[in-house]
Each structure stands twice: as C-alpha cells, then as structure tokens.
Write a new protein. Structure first.
Length: 124
C-alpha cells in the first residue's frame, strides 16, 4: 500500500513539474510576433516555381564562416519566397563574396535555390 501511495505521489509531482515547464515554454513564446507568419507557405525543401529564380533580401550579417562556405543572415521578409523576416544560414556560392560579408555589415543579397539549399550568389 505504501508503495502505491508513493508511486501515485511521485507521478503527481512529475506531472505537475512537466506542466510548469510547458507553461514556462509557452510564456517564452508570447513575445514572438507570429500574427503575420503563414508556416504552411514556408516549405523550404520543396521544389517549386521559385527554383532557379534569383531572390533579393536586405540583411545583417550575423556570422561568416569562409572555411565552411556559409554565412548566417538576419534578413527582412522575402516576398518572392513567402518567407517572414528571420535569421538563418546560407551557403555562399563564391568565396570572394566573403569580402563583403563581414559580421555586422548591412547588405543586400541575391539568393537562389540549388537543390534543397538556398545559396548566396551575390552581395551589394
């Protein structure tokens, strides 16, 4: 009987702890502005009419890794892709572009879809 009471008490404590953690996680998300996001339109792995098309975006360079050939950009919405503003990593087509992709730089980039990846092909 003692074992049953202990087990029920332990499960109750575990369940309430899980609820508190879930509630905290939801509170963290309340500050996110998601009213204009349509996640259904953000299928970034799907080939569609935008494949091979050049897209342009204004962005701030957050991280540049020439040895890996990638750059992390905080970009404004990209209407031609139905993407909201976000921060994400891109492959970089030509390593010479890293001359203009220094951390903190405000840039306008050209990106294209190559397979499942989006690649920076130009920087202004």
């Amino acid at each position: 009987m003692k074992r049953l009471v202990f087990t029920v008490a332990a499960l109750g404590a575990l369940a309430s702890g899980t609820f508190v953690l879930a509630e905290q996680k939801m509170d963290d998300m309340k500050s996110m502005d998601m009213k204009n996001m349509d996640m259904k339109k953000m299928d970034m792995g799907k080939k569609d009419a935008t494949s091979g098309q050049t897209h342009r975006a204004k962005a701030t360079v957050k991280k540049a890794d020439p040895s890996a050939g990638t750059v992390t950009l905080a970009h404004e919405p990209i209407k031609s892709l139905n993407w909201p503003a976000m921060t994400m990593a891109f492959k970089v087509k030509d390593k010479a572009l890293f001359d203009r992709l220094a951390v903190g730089n405000q840039v306008e980039v050209e990106i294209m879809q190559e397979g499942k990846d989006y690649v920076v092909t130009g920087v202004n």
